[in-house]
Design a protein around this ligand. Structure first.
Ligand SMILES: Nc1ncnc2c1ncn2[C@@H]1O[C@H](COP(=O)(O)OP(=O)(O)OP(=O)(O)O)[C@@H](O)[C@H]1O
Ligand SMILES: [Mg+2]
Length: 339
């Protein structure tokens, strides 16, 4: 449905009433179709997928047929938390482990300043050439929304066609397909501009209509998730490192997540340097399920320094905490935040 776009207000971020309430400005896709279709990821520009992927992992635990994780074809996972706590590290690690278990995994970098592709071990030159964020694809935005990017007062469609975007633009690396959303030029995900119309419709499509596992590496603000989209997220993991600032940020994210109706929320304590760290986070966020504790691991830092994927060279002991996060996701929870 085309809408008239009004000029920017003084803040530069005009918001609809529904956007102010944190709701999607789009028709609730659940009422249209919440059915997740099977649709294989293929990128005509990607190299031919490695025939050895998904990589069998002899170190993985024995599959449990009862667990959705061992049948991970439609898990929808969002990962949030303060800057630098390890969101991308966790998102990449879980994506790689699920792909090794044979799942089809789409890892989505929803952080405008994201580094998910690096965490997956994709070399910078390949990233520059092959992983162009959707928000930077001007021709695509203009074609799908019917409006010119960065021009005021235009009509544009609020429900652009997006169902082919993941298949066309995701780049497949070691069995994980990665798609970068990027940032709209005007900032704020609530801004009524063609870029955001496309991004919001795309996130809704990824969460509600894709057949494979989708892992969203979010920024702390989770602005890309509207209420309708949140209903399709199976679990949101909020990454916390031991420290007051990360805890405060997690508290805000948890509150916002509950507001938009995310049903299943848990925290992952990252960079833990001992039991005291876990206890500190548990005490600061009572009532919130802890889905895992990842120790501070020198090999993870070393991988970051040398531009390798997060799990490269990690032995079974270092992989086990990530595996335990996957196992814990299969346990349904409904948690709130205590102030
Ligand atoms: N368990 C860990 N042990 C050691 N270093 C870690 C661990 N987890 C993450 N790191 C390091 O912390 C830094 C930040 O990690 P990462 O980029 O995953 O965080 P982020 O939350 O995604 O950050 P941003 O908000 O900037 O996107 C990186 O240098 C990463 O290697
Ligand atoms: Mg990140």
């Amino acid at each position: 449905m085309p809408v008239s776009r009004t000029p920017d207000n003084s803040s530069g971020h005009p918001r609809s009433a529904s956007a102010k309430r944190g709701q999607s400005a789009f028709p609730d896709p659940l009422s249209v179709s919440a059915k997740r279709e099977q649709s294989p990821i293929r990128d005509p520009q990607s190299p031919i997928p490695n025939p050895q992927s998904p990589i069998p992992n002899p170190q993985s635990p024995i599959p449990n047929p009862q667990s959705p994780i061992d049948n991970p074809h439609s898990l929808k996972l969002a990962i949030s938390g303060k800057g630098g706590v390890g969101k991308s590290t966790l998102a990449a690690a879980l994506a790689i482990l699920l792909a090794r278990r044979g799942g089809r995994v789409l890892a989505v970098d929803a952080d405008p300043d994201g580094s998910l592709a690096s965490c997956l071990g994709i070399p910078p030159a390949v990233q520059r050439e092959r992983i162009v964020p959707i928000a930077a694809r001007r021709a695509l935005i203009e074609e799908r929304t019917g409006a010119r990017v960065r021009e005021y007062g235009q009509m544009f469609t609020l429900n652009p066609r997006v169902s082919d975007i993941a298949d066309t633009y995701a780049y497949v690396h070691d069995g994980v397909a990665v798609l970068a959303l990027g940032a709209s030029a005007k900032g704020g995900a609530g801004c009524a501009c063609p870029e955001n119309a496309l991004l919001r419709a795309l996130v809704t499509n990824l969460v509600l209509e894709r057949g494979e596992t989708v892992i969203l590496d979010m920024e702390a603000g989770i602005e890309h998730l509207g209420r309708a989209t949140a209903s399709g997220v199976d679990t949101m993991l909020v990454v916390v490192e031991p420290g007051q600032r990360a805890v405060e940020s997690a508290r805000r994210v948890l509150t916002r997540a509950a507001d938009i109706g995310l049903r299943d929320i848990g925290i992952v304590v990252n960079k833990s340097e001992g039991p005291g760290d876990e206890e500190m986070v548990r005490a600061a966020l009572p009532g919130v399920a802890v889905c895992g504790v990842i120790p501070y691991t020198d090999a993870i830092r070393a991988n970051e320094r040398s531009g390798r994927g997060v799990l490269e060279g990690l032995g079974p002991d270092a992989l086990a905490p990530f595996e335990r996060v996957l196992e814990s996701i299969s346990v349904p929870r409904r948690t709130g935040v205590s102030a």
